[in-house]
Write a protein that binds this ligand. Structure first.
Ligand SMILES: Cc1ncc(COP(=O)(O)O)c(C=O)c1O
Length: 322
């Protein structure tokens, strides 16, 4: 577990040394350096704002974006505790369960996924079918049962089983998210703003821990509801108030909801820059960034790092490609 009173960088270094010693991970490509690309986009250039993109989406063909980061120290700790089985939760289109099925299998764990919706089966969508093909045992439960498990995951704890909360949102997930910039060799202090999509808030909270106070972290909520801000304020307690901002104006009606404007923005942005975005998280975050820049909330002369947290599987089923 994270070691209390030990600097973040030391905790991360300790886990990273152990990960690097595993030949299966070395061969997998999951430890590769992340690229940082500078975007060329007329609106950003007209406002004299440089936007770089942290290409976590390119890390791996199956496990892309922030997923690996939130899972990796959980896997290591499960190994250290002698666990043989990993269990977690997700919805029908869960990138998290899909990624867990892959990395868990890679490291020789049995994997189990509790899926929200007892009306579903693996034929419901390709993500679930792929997770099962990767060896994950799936259990479909009612929404009520799912809520109960999610709120009391320890109910599912058993000998030799490691339980990971939905979305990988625990202390180890947060610590892993804090390591994202290191895997890119990014010099965080060179940026005025870092922008990232927010679901559970785990990635946001981890990044905040890793950034110097001079950098403002902007999270764009993919979910609707006053509780999102309250939850984030709780997570950020004790940190300088000016160090973060949660945008709640770009959820487009709530989690998984899209509008024709959003889809047309994603299509146009891809055509103009070559950068693919998904409609659930990163498309909303990039549209928020565009609005924040045009409204000078992110002022002229800023240097922004946009964290591409992956999720491109989510493009399936939306009219985004030509
Ligand atoms: C593509 C993508 N971006 C962003 C997020 C949000 O991450 P978090 O739940 O850590 O806030 C998720 C969810 O894990 C995701 O799948």
């Amino acid at each position: 577990m994270p070691i209390p009173d030990t600097p973040l960088s030391q905790q991360i270094a300790c886990f990273e040394t152990a990960l690097a010693a595993d030949p299966r991970l070395q061969a997998s490509g999951l430890l590769a350096t992340l690229d940082i690309d500078t975007l060329s986009y007329a609106l950003f250039e007209a406002c004299s704002v440089q936007v770089d993109v942290l290409r976590a989406d390119q890390l791996h063909p199956v496990v892309s974006g922030n997923k690996w980061f939130k899972l990796k120290y959980n896997l290591l700790q499960a190994q250290r505790d002698g666990c043989r089985e990993l269990l977690s939760f997700g919805g029908a289109w869960s990138n998290h369960l899909h990624a867990l099925a892959y990395v868990g299998g890679l490291l020789g764990f049995k994997t189990c996924g509790i899926v929200r919706g007892n009306e579903l089966d693996t034929a419901a969508n390709p993500m679930l079918a792929e997770a099962q093909a990767l060896g994950m045992e799936l259990e479909f439960v009612s929404r009520q049962q799912f809520r109960y498990y999610r709120e009391a995951p320890r109910q599912l704890a058993a000998d030799l089983r490691w339980v990971i909360p939905e979305g990988g949102d625990n202390q180890l997930g947060q610590l892993g998210a804090a390591s994202m910039l290191l895997q890119a060799h990014a010099v965080a202090g060179e940026y005025s703003h870092v922008v990232v999509a927010v679901g559970t808030g785990c990635t946001f909270a981890g990044l905040r821990q890793a950034l110097p106070d001079s950098v403002k972290l902007v999270g764009v909520s993919a979910l609707k509801g006053a509780w999102v801000e309250q939850d984030m304020a709780r997570r950020m307690r004790g940190l300088p108030a000016g160090g973060w901002y949660l945008d709640q104006a770009h959820h487009f009606g709530g989690f998984g909801k899209v509008t024709p404007d959003l889809l047309s923005f994603i299509r146009g942005f891809g055509d103009n820059t070559g950068l693919l975005l998904d409609p659930i998280y990163t498309g909303k975050a990039m549209m928020a960034l565009q609005d924040l820049i045009s409204e000078s909330m992110i002022p002229c002369g800023s240097r922004v790092l946009f964290v591409h947290s992956g999720g491109l599987q989510g493009r399936r089923g939306f009219p985004i490609t030509h």
